[in-house]
Design a protein around this ligand. Structure first.
Ligand SMILES: [Zn+2]
Ligand SMILES: [Zn+2]
Length: 461
């Protein structure tokens, strides 16, 4: 369609428009013979006209267009020497001799060959040195995206190294083709490098940003690490949450009261009274309580004071980090804009742990006793001497009978009331209840009982 429009423009004498339209056709179809022929007929530049005819012949000399171009070339004398050979080899030979092999600097950053994918035929992993796709012949352009596979070997060949370091590819102003820095004419259309005002860009990547394939283009401001980090500990949080939920659920299941019907099948009870007796005892203390009768006194150690008596000079070992130099390491990769990548090197300090001994003053303390008067005295105190206990498996609860002497009295009382319960599986349980409940319940009565998860009664409703 563009070619028809270009032809019409040419016929009408609109040369600029015709050339622009032919340009568009050749950009996507570099081997369109009719387009090259029309270019030859349209361009006012004799050199470019010759190149265009040569392209037509190179594509196929046997067609009508090819024969027409051959005739045109024979009729025209060759232009002055500036023209480039139209059918250039796939890789333009570097005009300079191989680099001097003696670049003995040991810390030269390594150069590696990148790859690119052809977006016309889908070929993957085209070598960085190839400016044209070996599968379909399309040349790479400004949109090409270089990447560096993990396993890329270091480039050691001197000629390739020289090419890698020659600079970025320049882009033909006429057809958009990439050309090696050392080429003076466009490999595709022969246009001069001097007319070009665009070139591929150098790009510097940190190690985690280096493109490893044509896909997944990482944007330079990459907020990638935080999500992946939280993804890692997120699963731990999830496991912890599930475990927590499990244990909370288990606890709730165990503690959740259950109700079941049981029968009252028996009773028991127990009551106790402690018997106290007034006894004269001997005690020692820092003072005599009310009612105490002093027997003797003495000086005793009440406590200690820590008293600073001086200092002692001692030595100890101290470790410290000392910077002993710097080291160079690879911190990134630079896309050289010509199919090759070069290591980016950074410097970082190297530290060493050094131990030295230092002296210091250690304070010396002495424990000095504090003396006080300690009293020995006798005093009358109520002491539990025995406990009276009665009980039975009936409902006639009573208190123990006491026969107290003059120096005795009744102390603490306890009472306990128990019912025996039987569940539907004839299992028996004892349950302590209040005295009022114990007295209200009747033998054989069926009651609603709250139980734990294992059926053990907790209370009667
Ligand atoms: Zn291709
Ligand atoms: Zn070109």
């Amino acid at each position: 369609m563009f070619l028809d429009m270009a032809r019409t423009a040419h016929v009408k004498g609109q040369t600029e428009q015709a050339l622009s339209l032919i340009d568009r056709v050749l950009y996507t179809e570099p081997n369109n013979q009719a387009a090259w022929l029309l270019l030859a007929e349209t361009t006012p530049d004799p050199a470019r006209r010759t190149q265009a005819y040569e392209r037509v012949v190179a594509i196929n000399p046997q067609t009508a267009a090819g024969k027409q171009a051959v005739a045109a070339l024979q009729a025209t004398p060759a232009p002055p020497a500036t023209s480039a050979p139209p059918a250039a080899p796939a890789v333009p030979a570097d005009p300079r001799p191989p680099a001097n092999a003696d670049s003995a600097a040991p810390k030269q950053p390594a150069v590696r060959e990148g790859r690119w994918d052809c977006r016309y035929c889908g070929s993957k992993g085209v070598r960085g040195r190839d400016i044209a796709c070996p599968a379909c012949g399309h040349v790479r352009d400004k949109e090409v995206r270089f990447y560096l596979p993990e396993e890329a070997d270091e480039v050691l060949d001197a000629a390739l190294l020289q090419r890698a370091k020659a600079g970025v590819d320049w882009l033909c102003a006429f057809c958009g083709t990439s050309n090696v820095a050392t080429a003076e004419q466009c490999r595709q259309c022969g246009a001069s490098k001097a007319e070009s005002n665009q070139h591929q860009a150098e790009k510097t990547y940190t190690l985690d940003q280096v493109p490893r394939s044509a896909k997944a283009p990482k944007p330079t401001p990459a907020p990638a690490p935080p999500p992946s980090k939280s993804g890692g500990c997120g699963s731990v949080v999830a496991i912890a949450a599930v475990l927590l939920l499990f244990f909370v659920g288990l606890g709730a299941w165990l503690l959740w009261p259950r109700s079941s019907e049981m029968a009252i099948t028996g009773y028991s009870w127990e009551r106790t009274i402690a018997i106290e007796e007034l006894q004269t005892v001997t005690e020692e203390g820092w003072e005599i309580p009310a009612g105490g009768r002093r027997l003797s006194e003495r000086q005793a150690v009440y406590g200690y004071n820590q008293v600073l008596t001086g200092y002692e000079t001692r030595t100890r070992n101290v470790s410290e980090q000392v910077q002993v130099g710097t080291e160079t390491y690879t911190c990134g990769q630079r896309d050289l804009g010509n199919g090759f990548f070069e290591e980016v090197q950074c410097d970082r300090p190297v530290y060493e742990t050094r131990t030295r001994s230092e002296t210091y003053e250690e304070p010396i303390y002495q424990a000095v006793p504090i003396m006080r008067t300690s009293y020995t005295y006798e005093i009358d105190r109520w002491r539990v001497v025995t406990t009276r206990r009665v009980g039975g498996s009936n409902r006639r609860a009573e208190w123990p009978t006491l026969n107290l002497r003059d120096n005795q009295r009744a102390g603490t009382r306890t009472e306990q009331y128990i019912v025996v319960l039987e569940d539907g599986n004839r299992r028996r349980y004892e349950l302590e209840v209040s005295q009022a409940q114990w007295e209200a319940l009747r033998e054989g009565q069926r009651v609603e009982v709250q139980t734990d998860a294992f059926g053990k009664p907790i209370s009667i409703e």
